[in-house]
Design a protein around this ligand. Structure first.
Ligand SMILES: *[C@@H]1O[C@H](CO)[C@@H](O)[C@H](O)[C@H]1NC(C)=O
Ligand SMILES: *[C@@H]1O[C@H](CO)[C@@H](O)[C@H](O)[C@H]1NC(C)=O
Ligand SMILES: *[C@@H]1O[C@H](CO)[C@@H](O)[C@H](O)[C@H]1NC(C)=O
Ligand SMILES: *[C@@H]1O[C@H](CO)[C@@H](O)[C@H](O)[C@H]1NC(C)=O
Ligand SMILES: [Zn+2]
Length: 458
């Protein structure tokens, strides 16, 4: 959700490798006078090398597993610290937060015209996100939102069938571009992650795994081909809508409904997302869109930044009947609902607190299960924040609140990252399977277009 306008923000701020010694040795024997001795020595030497490699692999394996195992034993014997804040920090050290939705890229566009030299992410940035606070908040990864506004947000009329030309595909590419520039510029901190494997790898090396999400299929130029190309550029989720309806689906933000949920092209879009491994994100969609997409998707889905409607009535929150479609098993779809911190989604005016956000988490956990809830703060995309959750440095406060409510360590590890990783891995597996089956790319195109498949116009 973008609650600030860019205009408002602008006004507010003004040598060649040496041969390996391991390889050099046998080569020496090749020139040996005694050929038979040379051969057996070479064999012995290769055996030695092999033993050497296996020895070190075993040592590394034992050290890695022993330290993991030893710290588990220490935790079990000594237990977590009594102080929930200290306990939260201990848990997050092993299971850092992966946030489903951070709007840093649009802030950088709005304040700095995407000039990465115009600010220092290692310093203090306006709003809610910079590197010092990400580290304080024990963040292990987040989706950088590559967002371009809906027509109604920028006074543009797409026309009733979304056929007016726009710059949104360009703007989306610019937002992917600035995200990658920043990930590269601050590569001591960030690492681009395209797969769950990349995320584990980044976290293991103390980096913040950086994934890219596209906040609305209105950014796809009505075209499934654009979806495929945005995937190759690194995006790993597409929210089916933002606050506007588009050629694929209805949004919760515009009435009346245009498609009654998904359009025919929307079903094809989901097929293609499943096939390539792009996560289907149902935040911002209408309830009918969400229900239809949940039923149709072969892969697990996400809500990258939505809370619980039963806790606080808001169209952007997920109602219980949809939460009850989420799960593992017959007639259910695996998913993770990543809770949004926007005060007006969370509680009545003035009442949004860290406790109120925890209420949303607990409600989703109660209805869908603890394996189906995550965090999607919407930091940098919300105009204000709950008391106690003012920016990305504050996630430990929320974890401390859940510890007070008797959440276990493993429940919390699910919330902070394991649930999202399971869902993402599930989508990767489905894509792998469909590709192995030889499912073809989706060739469907928007039937309102008149520029394709018209021989007589060549
Ligand atoms: C980018 O920002 C830097 C620092 O403020 C400034 O010196 C430079 O001129 C800017 N570049 C452009 C193209 O505006
Ligand atoms: C968009 O298209 C509609 C007709 O479909 C037209 O009335 C409107 O002026 C167009 N808007 C822009 C910004 O081009
Ligand atoms: C799943 O849906 C089918 C068809 O609607 C129904 O017959 C079946 O009982 C459902 N199973 C469960 C476990 O709800
Ligand atoms: C947490 O567990 C303790 C000990 O079992 C219990 O006294 C306390 O009431 C529980 N707190 C909540 C919020 O359930
Ligand atoms: Zn949003």
């Amino acid at each position: 959700m973008k609650l600030f306008s860019i205009g408002k923000l602008k006004r507010k701020m003004l040598g060649p490798e040496e041969a390996s010694p391991l390889l050099a040795k046998p080569e020496k024997f090749e020139h040996s006078e005694d050929n038979s001795r040379g051969l057996s020595s070479r064999w012995l030497t290769w055996g030695g090398v092999l033993r050497f490699v296996i020895y070190w692999l075993v040592v590394v394996f034992v050290i890695q597993h022993f330290t993991g195992w030893a710290s588990k034993v220490v935790d079990a014997v000594v237990g977590l610290p009594k102080d929930p804040r200290k306990a939260a920090k201990r848990i997050l050290a092993k299971a850092p937060v992966i946030d489903g939705h951070i709007d840093l890229p649009i802030l950088v566009r709005g304040l700095y015209a995407n000039n990465a030299s115009a600010f220092d992410l290692n310093g203090e940035l306006p709003q809610h996100v910079d590197i010092p606070r990400l580290k304080q908040g024990q963040v292990g990864g987040f989706f950088w939102s590559a967002y371009a506004a809906c027509p109604d947000w920028i006074g543009h009329d797409d026309g009733p069938d979304f056929l007016n030309s726009t710059w949104r595909v360009r703007d989306t590419l610019e937002q992917i571009d600035i995200s990658k520039i920043l990930i590269e510029k601050y590569s001591d901190t960030f690492q681009l992650a395209l797969t769950t494997h990349d995320i584990y790898h980044a976290i293991r090396h103390g980096k913040i795994a950086s994934m890219i999400g596209i906040e609305g299929a209105h950014q796809l130029g009505n075209s499934i081909a654009v979806l495929r190309q945005i995937f190759t550029l690194g995006a790993r989720y597409v929210t089916l809508t933002h606050t506007c309806h588009n050629a694929f689906a209805d949004s919760c933000g515009t009435l009346p409904s245009k498609w009654g949920g998904l359009s025919p092209l929307g079903y094809s879009l989901i097929n293609e997302m499943n096939r390539i491994g792009m996560l289907v994100d149902l935040s911002h969609t209408s309830d009918d869109t969400a229900r239809q997409a949940l039923k149709h998707s072969k892969a697990p889905v996400i809500w990258s930044h939505s809370s619980a409607r039963a806790v606080h009535t808001h169209e952007r929150n997920v109602p219980d009947d949809i939460l009850s479609m989420v799960g593992i098993g017959e007639n259910k779809t695996d998913a993770v609902v990543m809770v949004n911190f926007a005060p007006d989604f969370v509680a009545d005016p003035g009442e949004a607190t860290v406790q109120a956000v925890a209420d949303h988490i607990e409600h989703i956990a109660k209805v869908a299960g603890k394996k189906h809830v995550g965090l999607g703060s919407d930091f940098d995309g919300i105009p204000s924040t709950p008391t106690g959750l003012e920016d990305v440095s504050k996630y430990p406060e929320l974890i401390a609140e859940l510890l007070v409510r008797n959440w276990t360590r493993s429940d919390i590890e699910g919330l902070t990252n394991k649930n999202l990783l399971r869902v993402m891995k599930g989508a990767e597996n489905v894509a792998h399977k469909l590709q192995k089956q030889g499912v073809e790319p989706a060739y469907e195109y928007y039937d309102k277009r008149t520029d394709l498949g018209r021989r007589q116009e060549l």
